[in-house]
Design a protein around this ligand. Sequence first.
Ligand code: SF4
Ligand code: SF4
Length: 205
Amino acid sequence: MLNAVKQSWLTFKSIFTGMGVTIRHFFGPSVTLRYPEERMELPKGARARLFVNIDDCIGCNLCARACPVNCIDIETVAATKDVDLGKTSTGNPKRFWLTRFDIDMAKCMYCDLCVHPCPTNCIYMVPEYEYSEYDRSNLVYHFSNLEPEMVAEVKEKAEQEAEQKKREREEMMRKKAEEKAKKELEEKKKADEEATKNEKENGGE
Ligand code: SF4
Ligand code: SF4
């Protein structure tokens, strides 16, 4: 009998304790958000998603080299002599076309190591965290703004210029070799003449 009374007391006590907590929170301020209508503001410096301001990128590759998981893939093509790519907003001259600048956010581990070496501060985290995808390939973000035709064109021009430079270098080397051979021949001829002259002089004595 005593045990039953004790059990009943404990039951009512736990019910009133639980209801007390519920009632306290019912009248207190709300701590939940009505997502997606309401969104939590990310704290300053939060690492959520990478963004590249491609207009300020100089193609130095420092971010890609700093990445421990190789999720940044950059391809650059040197601008030909007839093209001026201008400068970044930080005043750095741009010398390369960025024919590819991809970041695979499915591989990214949000370490932020790519952000710090950037000389123009053009790669950084943005407070964007709603980017789930059914297909992982959609998590590869393409930042290059060049159309495929433009990529093909700049590559072709760069190849032609490289070929031209190679030809000029070869021509220069050939000329140098010719001049060297000519000089050696002249020196040899001079030495032979000198030797003949000495022989004649010695023979005359
Ligand atoms: S945050 Fe880290 S893992 Fe992600 S791209 Fe940058 S360096 Fe690579
Ligand atoms: S470090 Fe900055 S400037 Fe250099 S390639 Fe990366 S994003 Fe571009």
